[in-house]
Design a protein around this ligand. Sequence first.
Ligand code: ZN
Length: 219
Amino acid sequence: MMTKCIYCGTAAQDFDHAPPQCLFQRPLPNDLVKVPSCKKCNRRFALDDEYFRDSLALSTYDIADPPELKTLHEAVRRSLLRKNFRPPARRILAGSRTGWARRGSPIVEQVKLLPIDMKRIGKTVERVVHALHFNHTGRVLPLGYEPKVIHGGRMATVDRLDLPFFERLFAPLSQAQWQSTGGRAFGYAFAKASDDPDATVWFLSFFGRLTFLAFTVPD
Ligand SMILES: [Zn+2]
């Protein structure tokens, strides 16, 4: 049987990694999830993944824990120093401005505000959910179940809140087992509705610093 790309359904000649492999140094951790993917989808994802990595690194530059995060900072710093190379970090820094914010204390400090495109960040997270769902269930998400990602308390793409439905998903999430890959680089927990294996809720954490809630629920 021919293996199909889980994202577009054409013949898969490649693998996609979840979380994205650009978040790690070589050699890659051997516990990353690998799913069948076509070359075209892989190429399309690569730019968003770099944007995700650079945004994560720049917005946590003053945090040194976990050590996996420090390694990521160093990789992005090196990429900024390379001549004739334009990492997304360069564009993000060029658009930054100075502002004021509270950072964990009542005192307002001067900070660098970064123009990070959360919608684009969300695209990488959607794909990670897609891959993990396939890895756990062996099922390709049906049409209409595209992952929806919520970050920072902002309801980005969920326009309908069916509370009894979400309650049914959230109660099992509180019992779900926490799973991690790549040391402390990535962790997640998920739960699915008892009557629909494609209706799922996810809590995802990148380096313990960037967290998302995501759903796959029918439109
Ligand atoms: Zn594809």
